[in-house]
Write a protein that binds this ligand. Sequence first.
Ligand code: ZN
Length: 247
Amino acid sequence: MRYLILSDIHSNWEALERVLEAASQDGYDQVVCCGDVVGYGGDPNAATDWTRANVKAIVRGNHDKACVGLDDLEWFNPAARASAIWTQATLTPENLEYLKKLPRGPLPVRDFQILHGSPLDEDEYLVAASEVSMLTGYLDERISFFGHTHVQGGFWLHRTGVKRLSPLGRMDDRDDLQLDEDSFYLINPGSVGQPRDGDPRAAWAYYEPESRLVVYRRVAYDVAGAQQKIRAAGLPDVLARRLEIGQ
Ligand code: ZN
């Protein structure tokens, strides 16, 4: 059994389409998503239509909430706010309803769980190993997948301390991580639609419970096509520019 783990698609159909093409060559059985289907990008309905039809388990992200009016926008920067308002006006009624009903994480799936930000607060960013070391007591599963930071990698929580799992190198498009049995893991598959780890390639991961294997993946996609949709929608240009630098 192989899970395709997606997060932070952010209305980027060009990135999602390319990831799915590569993933169908790699092979997978089921899809799970750690939230933020929409927000920032120019194709919210394509991203949500696909997610509704194909994702078995999903938790909501902060942008999913903001784009359907479940959160007020005061904590959002001007570009994120503009995209949330535009997204809400652009989503079909069916897609709005679907996003409104997404559950809050953590959500258990088989022997792992998925969440958006942190196990304690769906809107919190897990960035530093020091913040993660206090979380062990709050993790219901040894293996968790999360998103929100748009940085591929995550954390390995061992009794000797917490180690950051770095994203794979620029020249690599695949990296295997063998999980041991007595550690906790918080794994970030990276962002499909708006990577922020300095690598503009779309990011995702696989998880195989039987072999305790996580595979990180990257693929280049049609950034110009995604940028064009953001500009055609009249969204702030910074949202288009950041895609080509991966920030
Ligand atoms: Zn996000």
